[in-house]
Design a protein around this ligand. Structure first.
Ligand code: 5GP
Length: 201
């Protein structure tokens, strides 16, 4: 009878967020990833409903107006937002919902859901991050430099997060992440009903 959790995961492009989440989903079938909506066009290989819900700017604005999103931001000229229904339903089921979002959205989620857990993934050092980004070879030089500069900005607010997770290897990072999840699930304030049973024996 473990409680549901809302986990927000941020970290610079290229740090390995996607791989860590995939490993987490292999480790536990209670881990689910929220699929965001975006107005940016799909990249080659990206699939509707898997990577994102791809929407026009007009459709996105309609989602905002209908209060269908928990949070949304405009990032590099495109809208990104977290659909509300999936998150609420999955937490109710007792699942661990992961939002993979940038820092502004993360801090908004913390404000709206103080019980959410904010985790920031870090590489061993900045040079390693640069190496990983270049190694992906999916972005041109201009984009790589933009993303590295964006990373430097995001590092400035790390202390607003609850945890950092070092990603030296995917396996170790996923284990660290899982131990955070398990500890958070055992926090007394998340287990009031269970504790009450013992208070009332
Ligand atoms: P990309 O275009 O590379 O897929 O994503 C750009 C940035 O937007 C990434 O940092 C990603 O984590 C973030 N992002 C994706 N979905 C959302 C969302 O729903 N809300 C917010 N605030 N950021 C998002």
């Amino acid at each position: 009878m473990k409680p549901g959790l809302l986990i927000v995961l941020s970290g610079p492009a290229g740090v390995g967020k996607g791989s860590i989440v995939r490993r987490m989903m292999e480790l536990s079938d209670r881990v689910v990833l929220s699929v965001s909506a975006t107005s940016r066009p799909p990249r080659p290989g990206e699939k509707e409903g898997v990577n994102y819900f791809f929407r026009s700017r007009e459709q996105f604005e309609e989602m905002i107006n209908n209060d269908e999103l928990i949070e949304w931001v405009e990032y590099c000229g495109n809208f990104y937002g977290t659909p509300r229904k999936f998150v609420v339903d999955e937490i109710k089921k007792g699942n661990i919902v992961i939002l993979e979002i940038e820092v502004k959205g993360a801090l908004n989620v913390k404000r709206l859901f103080p019980d959410s857990v904010l985790c920031f993934i870090l590489p061993p050092d900045f040079e390693e991050l640069e190496k990983r980004l270049r190694g992906r070879a999916t972005e041109d030089e201009d984009t790589i430099i933009k993303r590295l500069n964006r990373a430097k900005e995001e590092f400035q607010v790390i202390d607003k997060y609850d945890y950092i997770i070092l990603n030296d290897t995917i396996d170790s990072a996923a284990k660290r992440f899982m131990s955070i999840v398990e500890s958070e699930q055992m926090r007394t304030h998340r287990n009031k009903e269970f504790i009450d049973k013992f208070k009332n024996v």
